[in-house]
Design a protein around this ligand. Structure first.
Ligand SMILES: Nc1ncnc2c1ncn2[C@@H]1O[C@H](COP(=O)(O)OP(=O)(O)OP(=O)(O)O)[C@@H](O)[C@H]1O
Ligand SMILES: [Mg+2]
Length: 369
């Protein structure tokens, strides 16, 4: 079993708390993604698992072994870094074989493993090339190959795709996901890119300031964010946050954003147990850009509440249009149909899908459940 357990793990560099008392269970063969903004402690967490960084407090287990004091080479892990320096004077074969030769593996075994990894990665035809004769994506594959030949139980990957151009990144993203199912290994993958996290992870761990803000399956996190940080970090463009006051008329809860009011459907309100406490109090109204549509399309749909907004800017994306809208002091982005007639510096009616709304406490920034 290659589960990885972190128990109350803290890392301090002098006064800097890089990782602040985090606990995490990575299951055997799970593909887990640590995601968060620059400086949130992702690399430090990975380096502690690898044994490259001492743990200030807490415990780490790999499999059943307590590894706090186990040197990196005895941890049965392989790490792929962002700056995967390949040896420029060695061909691909020897770049991949190098670590095994150092460990004095028999020649035939090395040959088997290198060829097997090359097959998995589709680089069999490149084995005699030098790195300078490879494209960025091919070099990246060799770097991954170097880790695969070790046949570790756990792969640690620190932003391995960040040097690649956008198109290659998309391609490698899919390849790494496929590879994961073939390798049957545990992968801990670090990125600051929420799209990579959403598409690759069995589970995402969202970090900020050395803390875990939420961990869960990608769609669970997207649909049920625990707090404004996670709600704003996962999803693109980010969720809109509108300052409002919650009011109640009869049995109906209404979000009052001064220049517009929208009703919360009874069904949705019933699922927010704590809603009653916020009546006549400030609340943050969260709605994703993809849940705001052209009123012309959704006017008849009871889930939607129609609001007239000013169009500040439109960005045609080809398949859709990002419209930057405002009403009074509230600004929000919507992803409208490509055929929308929304035009800058004019008014436009949009529908908010009220079944998809989120409410947040303005002080704690936690979701109201
Ligand atoms: N060797 C070190 N000495 C002092 N502070 C450090 C050291 N390494 C990291 N830090 C600090 O610890 C915090 C976490 O750093 P870390 O590299 O883990 O962030 P990260 O999430 O990987 O960020 P990025 O996305 O930019 O790579 C940062 O505030 C960083 O400045
Ligand atoms: Mg980092």
């Amino acid at each position: 079993m290659a589960q990885v357990l972190l128990r109350d793990v803290t890392k301090r560099f002098g006064n800097v708390v890089a990782v602040n008392n985090i606990s995490l269970d990575v299951k055997d063969r799970e593909f887990i993604v640590l995601v968060g903004p620059s400086g949130c402690g992702k690399t430090t967490t990975l380096r502690m698992v690898a044994g490259l960084e001492e743990i200030t407090e807490g415990d780490i287990y790999i499999g059943d072994m307590h590894v706090n004091n186990v040197p990196p080479k005895d941890r049965d892990i392989a790490m792929v870094f962002q700056n995967y320096a390949l040896y420029p004077h060695m061909d691909v074969y020897n770049n991949m074989a190098f670590g095994l030769k150092l460990r004095k593996f028999p020649k035939a075994e090395i040959d088997n493993r290198v060829k097997h990894a090359a097959r998995l990665l589709g680089i069999e035809n490149l084995l005699d090339r030098k790195p300078r004769a490879l494209s960025g994506g091919q070099r990246q594959r060799v770097a991954v190959g170097r880790a695969i030949v070790r046949e570790p139980k756990v792969f640690l990957m620190d932003e391995p795709l960040s040097n690649l151009d956008a198109k290659l990144r998309v391609q490698m993203r899919a390849e790494l996901s496929k590879l994961h199912s073939r390798l049957e290994a545990t992968i801990i993958y670090v990125t600051h890119d929420q799209t990579e996290a959403m598409t690759m992870g069995d589970r995402i761990v969202v970090m900020k300031d050395g803390l875990i803000y939420q961990a869960g399956a990608p769609l669970d996190i997207y649909n049920n964010p625990d707090n404004m940080f996670v709600a704003g970090f996962i999803g693109s463009p980010a969720m809109n946050f509108i300052d409002a006051v919650l009011v109640k008329e009869g049995d109906t809860y209404i979000i009052d954003a001064k220049t517009f009011k929208v009703e919360i459907p009874a069904e949705r309100a019933a699922k927010i147990e704590g809603i009653g406490k916020y009546v006549n109090k400030p609340i943050v109204f969260g709605i994703r850009p993809e849940d705001i549509e052209d009123a012309a399309i959704v006017a008849e749909d009871p889930r939607y509440q129609i609001v007239e907004a000013d169009v500040d800017v439109t960005e045609p994306m080809g398949s859709e249009v990002y419209a930057y809208l405002s009403s009074g002091e509230s600004t929000f982005i919507s992803r409208l149909d490509a055929g929308t007639d929304a035009k800058p510096e004019s008014k436009h009616k949009v529908g908010f899908n009220m079944t998809k709304i989120h409410l947040f406490d303005p002080d704690t920034e936690n979701v109201v459940r």
